[in-house]
Design a protein around this ligand. Structure first.
Ligand SMILES: Cc1cc2nc3c(=O)[nH]c(=O)nc-3n(C[C@H](O)[C@H](O)[C@H](O)COP(=O)(O)OP(=O)(O)OC[C@H]3O[C@@H](n4cnc5c(N)ncnc54)[C@H](O)[C@@H]3O)c2cc1C
Ligand code: MET
Ligand SMILES: [Zn+2]
Length: 614
């Protein structure tokens, strides 16, 4: 009898964890390589699961693919490792258990870590190695990303008639990380030809049961479930799971009631857990009807709080607008910063933009300073948010905090990497790219968290994104802007430009875009400053004329500042012709320079209005 015939009438018991079991023995290396160097160990684990009652075991090949093996320099061993795994599983099974060739998912939270093409290539290689070794079926497991799983499942289905079991891993009860409901995901897998569809990993039995309650019995497939032993705990630097085989006995019965026909275990489970499941289900047949719990009614999401002021992206479409960056200080003490904020506010700028640890160097929190200047002066703060310092939890909490403080203007950037800053050893998180962060904020504006869970209220963020025109191929940078607009960016703020001609080129290359741009202008402060930007900041090129002008006032700080301002004014003249928005960057907290430049722009704007009224 084959696996699928067996499942027609019986509940089958799967095996439990391989990785966490090896880890609990103190092994902390490439688990799949053990198929070659320590086959006895893997054999013993398979045998222990079969003796515990598993009818279906999986090969030790969860991460035996090009991408994961390459981390150990084993990328050329894909075929050998997979073939050895199947041989070990066969030796253990001796026809007492079906053997599934396991292929694990690769994408976690950040889709950008691997393209679909890379996924297809690495999947195919492992798939052929397993099929070639004649497994009884395939287990595609631990897929957080539905796009990845549907892609690889379609490939596998084309290549083999053998049973395919396809498992998603849930982000939280009932939903995948992109917000898709579990029943919708399993329906898609069934439609693509999976013979068994289900869940594994990440959640323990309790949350998996809550998830399965909302899943109807598949019509042309069977249902499977491989829960983790529990939620993990971080103890003495290691992830550990509760040892609770007795509890698994009870939950196995509940899984059967939810319609599962293949029941095993994932991380933290051991042969004892499998023995408990086998004992609980001995002699029991699968259920054939199920009462499905209604999915919760969609919660009514409150509209965002009313805003009397229009957001910057609307302002800059309609009229001249100046925003100014004033960096939070690197040292404690904010007198000078506050004096600058006040002076700039008095000139009438539309917003003060506050960088997020720019150049990867710690500065006073921009939210703290934003709160103070908003309350003290009524300034509209624009908070830069990088993906470098906060993981997906931190970013979402940060956004909720900003919303709560009524700070609705944000600039979503990747962030300069830690290694260029004062703490080069610090981790650069990058759970999200700038594109993902923009999308996340847009989703917040729809009232949904990253996983699609209702936030109870829509946020009202006006989303700025960064534009770096100082690149060799401006067309590529513009393509990034187009993508950022698709992700939800409302407008752009550019890096500083130092050449009138470049401003024109930028205008020509971006005039088709639907989102307005604030053009960056930063006054030079000295010849040294000019040389540094020209020679050391990638992409920034100063014209010979500008460098010569700064060099001419080399050592005189006052004269240099005057010249820096004069140059900035001519750049402003060029930008003013073509763009409504100017973004002034205050160098080294020297706000008197940006105050003067903001005044200059407003005078030009007044003159322009007068002229148009004549
Ligand atoms: C207005 C503004 C404010 C900023 N504020 C901060 C801040 O507060 N804190 C901070 O740490 N950093 C800040 N930065 C720096 C920013 O994080 C990096 O310069 C960033 O790489 C560019 O913006 P982004 O993150 O949106 O880049 P993305 O467009 O997401 O680009 C990310 C990476 O992709 C690559 N890339 C970009 N364009 C191209 C291209 N045309 N071709 C090929 N590859 C490309 C680059 O390697 C780049 O680093 C700011 C930048 C700007 C323009
Ligand atoms: C990370 S999910 C678990 C994968 C595999 N089934 C193992 O137990 O090692
Ligand atoms: Zn797992």
């Amino acid at each position: 009898m084959g696996l699928l015939d067996d499942l027609q009438t019986n509940i089958l018991i799967g095996d439990g964890a391989m990785g966490t079991l090896l880890y609990s023995y103190g092994i902390d290396r490439c688990f799949e390589e053990l198929n070659l160097s320590n086959r006895e160990q893997i054999l013993r684990i398979h045998q222990a699961y079969i003796e515990a009652g598993a009818n279906v075991i999986q090969t030790n090949t969860y991460g035996a693919n090009y991408v994961k093996l390459a981390r150990y320099g084993l990328e050329d061993e894909v075929k050998k490792i997979n073939e050895a795994a199947v041989q070990i599983a066969k030796e253990a099974a001796k026809d007492r258990a079906y053997i599934l060739g396991t292929i694990g998912g690769l994408r976690t939270l950040n889709k950008n870590t691997l393209t679909i093409d890379e996924i297809k290539r690495t999947f195919r290689e492992q798939l052929y190695a397993l099929l070639h070794s004649d497994v009884d079926g395939l287990l595609l497991e631990t897929y957080y990303d539905l796009e990845e799983l549907t892609t690889v499942l379609a490939i596998a289905r084309k290549e083999t008639d053998k049973p395919i079991i396809a498992h998603v891993s849930l982000h939280e009860v009932g939903v995948l990380q992109d917000g898709t409901h579990v029943s919708e995901a399993l329906k898609q897998l069934e439609a693509l030809g999976a013979d068994v569809v289900g869940l594994n990993c990440r959640l323990g039995p309790y949350h998996m049961l809550r998830s399965l309650e909302e899943v109807p019995l598949p019509t042309s497939a069977f249902l499977s479930v491989y829960p983790n032993a529990s939620l993990p705990e971080y103890r003495d630097g290691r992830l550990v799971y509760e040892t609770n085989p007795g509890y698994f006995k009870e939950t196995a019965l509940s899984f059967r009631e939810q319609g599962a026909r293949l029941i095993g275990g994932c991380c933290g489970t051991t042969p004892k857990h499998i023995a408990a499941i086998a004992e609980a289900l001995r002699g029991l047949k699968p259920i054939v009807h199920k009462q499905v719990k209604q999915q919760k009614e969609a919660i009514v999401v409150q509209e965002p709080p009313y805003e009397s002021d229009p957001p910057l992206h609307e302002i800059v479409r309609k009229r001249r607008s100046v925003i100014v960056e004033l960096d939070p200080p690197k040292k404690l003490g904010i007198q000078k910063f506050l004096a600058g904020a006040k002076a700039l506010h008095e000139v009438g700028i539309d917003s003060l933009t506050l960088a997020d640890n720019s150049l990867a160097t710690p500065r006073i929190s921009n939210v703290a300073l934003g709160t103070i200047i908003k309350e003290k002066f009524g300034i509209r703060p624009l908070i830069h948010i990088t993906c470098r310092d906060r993981n997906l939890i931190g970013l979402q909490s940060h956004l909720m905090g900003l919303h709560t403080l009524g700070m609705n203007h944000v600039l979503a950037v990747t962030g300069d990497p830690s290694k260029i800053g004062d703490f080069p050893g610090a981790t650069s998180v990058y759970d999200l790219s700038s594109f993902d962060l923009i999308q996340l904020i847009r989703q917040f504006n729809e009232g949904l968290s990253y996983s699609g869970k209702p936030l109870g209220q829509k946020t009202n963020f006006s989303i700025a994104a960064a534009f770096n025109p100082n690149v060799r191929h401006l067309d590529k940078a513009v393509q990034r802007l187009e993508k950022k607009i698709q992700c939800g960016a409302h407008y752009f703020i550019s890096q500083p430009l130092y050449c009138e001609k470049q401003i024109e080129q930028v205008y020509e290359a971006t005039k088709h875009l639907s989102a307005p741009i604030y053009i960056g202008i930063m006054p030079l402060t000295s010849a040294r400053n000019a040389d540094f930007l020209h020679h050391e900041v990638p992409g920034i090129t100063l014209s010979d004329d500008i460098r010569a002008r700064m060099a001419a006032c080399a050592n005189d700080p006052l004269q240099s500042a005057r010249e820096g301002i004069a140059i900035a004014k001519s750049l402003i003249d060029a930008a003013f012709e073509l763009f409504n928005g100017i973004y002034l960057i205050t160098p080294f907290l020297r706000y008197e320079m940006t105050v003067e430049l903001a005044n200059y722009i407003y005078e030009k704007a007044r003159a322009e209005r007068k002229l148009s009224n004549v």
